[in-house]
Design a protein around this ligand. Structure first.
Ligand code: G
Ligand code: G
Ligand code: MN
Length: 389
């Protein structure tokens, strides 16, 4: 069973937490001296409730020590400071590959804490769950076969124009139709494809499927652009602009039909080559979108150098903007930045009407998210649009 360690210099708080946690049946050990705690060996599956602000050895020093011990326990951070401190401590711990399961501001809501702990304690046998997860990863030879057999389909997620409420475009998201396992999501195979030089071929199939679908919709009166996600490997091939023009030619589509989504981190590698290719794509009239904006490493000057037409604010900020003022401030700033640079601003991760309304207030152009619709097969997408145009 997991042990819960409480590291807090305030004895009264530590006792109160202990009392609340023991009610869940989990054993609890208190350390009011963080330095002493760092001498104990914490097991995989254990849970550490760590107060950040302690006199002497503080929470950040504990994080550093846990990281150098390659600690596999789950962390819950607590702080009486503002959310900013919690956020940066969380980021720091994650950068050290520690598992941060939750961050709580003091005073701690005991009910919330108990819920979090019981959820965490359930999946305790970490070694086992790890192996079963590994089992889910497809094998390289399966992926090679799938690419040869073209076993991929696209799902489409609608994007709406916030001021009119109308559907303005679709993001294409690839899924692998596996004979035994059913649909496999891209998180499980894109990286594999990238590592083994298969992403070029896979992206070619995705682009072809996307443009074929776009043509079919246009023939049925639905004229919207389709966005496709592009990997860093894809923007290193100097012939990409020509290939894309051939593809548009094949389907008799104007360049406005295709939007390429590139993540910030994809641009990091060979910036000069990417810049060459992306500039030529823009010259040919394709739209370029910077995806997951805010999570990558691009400096503002890169944003300025590359001729993006669209900025997609990462869903992590949008999803939390209702409850987290700092996230909202980031979203607001991204909207202003995007507009200053003449870009269309898209918010992804819109999960509630409140967020949708707030984004409209903030001047955001386009929204995408589960509140509007999850990604869906092409036919369902078409039906959805008929009801929403
Ligand atoms: O659809 P889903 O939420 O499972 O997508 C997970 C991730 O996979 C997203 O980051 C998305 O950008 C990425 N992804 C989806 N389809 C493609 C694709 O065709 N090519 C690449 N490179 N990434 C994709
Ligand atoms: O990394 P990229 O931006 O391409 O990721 C797109 C993916 O994000 C989609 O495949 C979709 O499954 C997911 N997504 C879209 N909207 C939402 C949302 O409102 N909430 C969550 N949690 N995920 C979303
Ligand atoms: Mn995307």
């Amino acid at each position: 069973m997991s042990i819960v360690y409480i590291i807090d210099d305030d004895e009264q708080i530590a006792d109160m937490l202990k009392f609340a946690i023991e009610a869940t049946g989990l054993p609890v050990v208190i350390y009011t001296d963080a330095y002493e705690f760092c001498k104990t060996s914490v097991g995989q599956g254990d849970i550490i409730l760590l107060d950040l602000n302690m006199p002497g050895f503080d929470g950040v020093e504990v994080i550093r020590t846990l990281a150098s011990n390659k600690c596999q326990a789950k962390l819950v951070l607590m702080s009486g400071h503002d959310l900013g401190v919690l956020h940066s401590a969380e980021k720091l711990a994650q950068a050290h590959s520690l598992m941060v399961e939750a961050s709580l501001t003091k005073p701690i809501e005991l009910k919330k804490l108990r819920t979090i702990l019981s959820e965490m304690a359930e999946d305790v046998p970490a070694a086992e769950s790890h192996t079963s997860h590994m089992h889910l990863l497809p094998e390289l030879h399966e992926l090679r076969e799938a690419i040869l057999n073209k076993d991929f389909v696209l799902h489409f997620q609608p994007q709406i124009n916030l001021s009119t409420g109308r559907i303005s475009s679709a993001e294409a998201l690839v899924r692998w139709e596996h004979k035994e396992r059913g649909l496999i999501y891209p998180d499980l195979f894109i990286e594999l494809a990238e590592r083994h030089n298969l992403i070029g071929n896979l992206t070619e199939q995705v682009l072809d499927l996307a443009m074929m679908q776009c043509t079919k919709w246009r023939q049925n009166g639905l004229d919207i652009p389709v966005s496709v996600n592009i990997s860093s490997e894809n923007i290193k091939g100097l012939y990409l602009p020509e290939q894309l023009m051939d593809l548009l030619d094949k389907y008799q589509l104007p360049p406005e039909s295709l939007v390429l989504e590139v993540t910030e981190s994809a641009l990091m590698g060979e910036l000069v080559t990417s810049l060459d290719i992306l500039t030529r794509l823009r010259m040919k009239g394709l739209s370029l979108s910077i995806d997951d904006f805010g999570t990558g490493y691009s400096s503002l000057s890169q944003l300025h150098k590359i001729p993006f037409t669209e900025l997609k604010i990462d869903k992590s900020f949008v999803m939390s903007m209702e409850t987290d003022n700092e996230s909202r401030a980031i979203v607001k700033t991204c909207i202003m930045l995007g507009h200053e640079l003449n870009m269309k601003v898209v918010a992804e991760g819109v999960e509630s009407q409140w967020i949708q309304d707030d984004l409209l207030q903030l001047g955001c152009d386009v929204a995408q998210g589960y509140h509007i619709s999850k990604p869906m097969p092409a036919h369902d997408f078409y039906e959805f649009c008929k009801n929403h145009l």
